[in-house]
Write a protein that binds this ligand. Structure first.
Ligand SMILES: Cc1ncc(COP(=O)(O)O)c(C=O)c1O
Length: 388
C-alpha cells in the first residue's frame, strides 16, 4: 500500500528507532546506559498519584470527557500562569488543555500555515517542529542557534524578505537540546520584531520549572504585547514529573486558541476525566517538591559537567532543563557516527547534535534522567573510551 508522499519529507522520531536498538542490546545482556531519554526517573508526588487513582475509581469517570476540559482545569491553568508569571488569561478563551503539549506542537502548524507558507524554525531544535511544518505543507526557514549568540536566534539578521513572508517562529527557552536560557530583553526584542513583521510567536516552555542556582525562567506571555502576537505551550510532564499522563496546555492569543479548539474538536475526544481531576489538583497544589527535585538534577548536572571536563570536553554549566549540551571531543567530525561507536563499544547512548539540525553538528546531548552513581559510571566508561 502506498502512503502519502508527504511522509517522505521527514524522519520518524529518533527516540522510537533508538528504543528498538537499545532494547535489543539489553536482551543480549548488555548494561546499556541510555543518556538520550528525556523522561525523568522521578515520580509525581504521592498526593498527585492518589487523586488520579481515586478519580479512576469513580464510576462516572469512564465516559467521553467534556470536549474542551472542565472549568476547574481551565481555571487551574490560568491560576498557575497568574501566580508564577503574573500573566492574566481568560480561562474560557485564552487557555486550552492538551493531550501532552506534543499534541499542540503538532497541530499548531495546521492551524497557522497554508501550504507553501514559511515557518521560522531554530536549528538545532526539538524535532517535532520540523515534522509538523512538513505535514502541514509549509516550508522551513532555519534560524541558526549559535554558541556565540548564547544559542539565541539573531532575529534582526533574518532577511526582511523572509521575515515578511513568514507566518510563525518557534522559540523554546529553556532550550532543548542546548539547555540555553533567554533573558527578559530577548523576549521584549522578540515581540518588537514579531510585531514589525506580523509573525506569530510560538513559545515552547515545558522546562520552565526545571532550573538551578537561583535562576527562574520567565514566560514569553509575561511581556507586553505577547498575547497579541503569540501563544505559549507548557506541560505537566517535566514540571510535575508525569510525562506519561500526557497533560499539556497552551495559553495566549485567542484567535490561535479558537483555531486549535476547532482542530481538536475533530482530532480527539478530550482528556480522560481522571487526568483532568488530577491535573487540576496538581496545578492548584503545593510545589515544594520541585525545589528538592531541582536540587537532585543540579547534583546530576554537576556530576556530568565535571565528568565531561575531566575528559577534556568543552561544556557549559546549564541553568535550566535536565540536559547537558557538550562539544564532541577534538577531532570528531561526525557526531552521529561517534555516538553510534560509543554505543557499540561502551553501551552508553547520547544523542548526536546533528539529529537536532545541521547547527547541532559537533555537539551531543546528555539527559540527566539517571541517579548520580549511574551518570558517574557513564562518565567513567566515556573517559576510558576517549583516552583509548
Ligand atoms: C522542547 C520540548 N517541547 C515539548 C515536549 C513535549 O512535552 P509533552 O510531554 O508535554 O508532550 C518536549 C519533550 O521532551 C520538549 O523537550
Amino acid at each position: 500500500m502506498e502512503t502519502a508522499s508527504r511522509l517522505n519529507n521527514f524522519e520518524a522520531y529518533l527516540g522510537t528507532q533508538m528504543n528498538i536498538i537499545l532494547t535489543k542490546m539489553r536482551e543480549e545482556g548488555k548494561d546499556v546506559i541510555n543518556l538520550g531519554l528525556g523522561d525523568p526517573d522521578v515520580q509525581p508526588p504521592e498526593r498527585q498519584r492518589k487523586v488520579l487513582a481515586e478519580a479512576c475509581l469513580d464510576p462516572d469517570s469512564h465516559h467521553y470527557p467534556s470536549f474542551y476540559s472542565t472549568k476547574p482545569l481551565l481555571e487551574a491553568i490560568a491560576g498557575v500562569y497568574e501566580r508564577r508569571f503574573g500573566v492574566s488569561c481568560d480561562p474560557e478563551t485564552e487557555v486550552l488543555p492538551l493531550l501532552g503539549s506534543a499534541q499542540g506542537l503538532f497541530h499548531i502548524h495546521t492551524c497557522l500555515l497554508d501550504p507553501g507558507d514559511i515557518a521560522l524554525v531554530p536549528d538545532p531544535c526539538y524535532p517535532a517542529y520540523i515534522a509538523g511544518v512538513k505535514i502541514a505543507g509549509g516550508f522551513i526557514e532555519p534560524v541558526p542557534l549559535l554558541k556565540e549568540n548564547g544559542f539565541l536566534p539573531d532575529l534582526w539578521d533574518i532577511s526582511p524578505k523572509i521575515a515578511n513572508k513568514a507566518k510563525m517562529i518557534w522559540i523554546n527557552y529553556p532550550n532543548n537540546p542546548t539547555a540555553a536560557v533567554a533573558s527578559e530583553d530577548f523576549y521584549k526584542d522578540l515581540i518588537e520584531w514579531a510585531m514589525k513583521y506580523d509573525v506569530a510567536v510560538i513559545s515552547d516552555n515545558p522546562y520552565s520549572e526545571v532550573c538551578f542556582d537561583g535562576y527562574t525562567p520567565p514566560s514569553f506571555l509575561q511581556f507586553e504585547g505577547a498575547k497579541e502576537i503569540g501563544i505559549e505551550f507548557n506541560s505537566l510532564s517535566k514540571a510535575y514529573n508525569c510525562c506519561g499522563w500526557r497533560v499539556g496546555m497552551m495559553l495566549g492569543n485567542r484567535d490561535i486558541i479558537a483555531g486549535m479548539k476547532k482542530i481538536k474538536s475533530h482530532a480527539d475526544r478530550g482528556m480522560f476525566y481522571p487526568l483532568q481531576v488530577a491535573a487540576t489538583a496538581a496545578l492548584n497544589g503545593p510545589t515544594d517538591f520541585m525545589e528538592e527535585r531541582n536540587q537532585m538534577y543540579r547534583e546530576r548536572r554537576d556530576a556530568v559537567v565535571n565528568g565531561l571536563r575531566e575528559i577534556g570536553m568543552e561544556v557549559e554549566t546549564p541553568k535550566a532543563t535536565f540536559y547537558v549540551w557538550s562539544k564532541v571531543p577534538e577531532g570528531v567530525t561526525d557526531s552521529k557516527a561517534w555516538c553510534l561507536k560509543v554505543l557499540d563499544e561502551i553501551a552508553v547512548w547520547m544523542i548526536p547534535g546533528s539529529m537536532y539540525g545541521a547547527h547541532g553538528e559537533g555537539y551531543i546531548r546528555i539527559a540527566l534522567t539517571h541517579p548520580v552513581a549511574r551518570l558517574e559510571e557513564a562518565m567513567r566508561r566515556l573517559k576510558k573510551f576517549v583516552q583509548a
